[in-house]
Write a protein that binds this ligand. Structure first.
Ligand SMILES: NC(=O)c1ccc[n+]([C@@H]2O[C@H](COP(=O)([O-])OP(=O)(O)OC[C@H]3O[C@@H](n4cnc5c(N)ncnc54)[C@H](OP(=O)(O)O)[C@@H]3O)[C@@H](O)[C@H]2O)c1
Length: 202
């Protein structure tokens, strides 16, 4: 049975991804800072390395975690912008850099980006920047990963499950159910594509 690690596997998106992967017969280990089967803080490279020592014989790593800072550009400071970089961007990139040497042959990484790269909202510039960087990294790094390991990202619109919470930010956006987004993660994990950004929004 193939084994998958889902970082953020207890979250809104990650729990839907975890359920889907289990439906497809994968052995799924969930990870979070405080929640999940095992603990990791992906903003800390030592913590990521420790995770790969703890969870062995991994075929797939899925990330459904990462936060960004929201502020209008006139209020956005370098320090706050760096929070987005260190969290959602480098948390995921460093997981790939460290994990590439630990995954089984022909394994995969699936990262999460988001709609704001293409459709900006007020106060979302830092998030747009990070989402664009994640997708750009995926498009280039996938070609150099060793031993048949694949790398894709899932760029989702606002989730239906989060629509109420973020209603003030995403006026006029059509939400997408987490279950539908989760199926693209399954496609990335169990398919043959690499270097791909799956866009799930209108
Ligand atoms: N919600 C949406 O509408 C939406 C749409 C498009 C894209 N996304 C993206 O999808 C990702 C997940 O969003 P979500 O709404 O599902 O978030 P969420 O419900 O807040 O869940 C976040 C998950 O990630 C874990 N986590 C947070 N920080 C972590 C860290 N530093 N290291 C390891 N695990 C960490 C959390 O567990 P612990 O608290 O235990 O760490 C939790 O399991 C984010 O990158 C977000 O930008 C979300």
């Amino acid at each position: 049975m193939a084994k998958a690690l889902v970082i953020g596997g207890t979250g809104t998106l990650g729990s839907a991804v975890t359920a889907r992967l289990k439906q497809h017969g994968l052995d799924v280990v969930t990870a979070g800072r405080a929640s999940g089967d095992v603990q990791v803080d992906m903003t800390d490279t030592a913590s990521i390395s420790a995770l790969f020592e703890q969870v062995k014989d991994l075929d797939h790593v899925v990330i459904a975690a990462g936060s960004t800072h929201y502020d209008a550009v006139p209020d956005l400071t370098p320090e706050n912008n760096l929070k987005s970089v260190n969290n959602k961007l480098l948390g995921q990139v460093n997981t790939v850099l460290l994990g590439q040497h630990k995954l089984n042959d022909n394994g995969s990484f699936t990262l999460v980006s988001g709609i704001l790269k293409e459709h900006p909202i007020a106060r979302g510039a830092s998030s747009s920047m990070v989402n664009g960087a994640i997708d750009a990294f995926v498009g280039a790094a996938a070609f150099e990963l060793p031993r048949g390991i694949r790398l894709n990202s899932v760029s989702a619109g606002l989730l239906s499950e989060s629509a109420e919470k973020y209603a003030d930010y995403f006026k006029g956006f059509n939400p997408v159910p987490a279950e539908r987004v989760a199926n693209y993660f399954v496609r990335s994990v169990l398919g043959i594509e690499t270097g791909k950004v799956y866009k799930i929004y209108e």
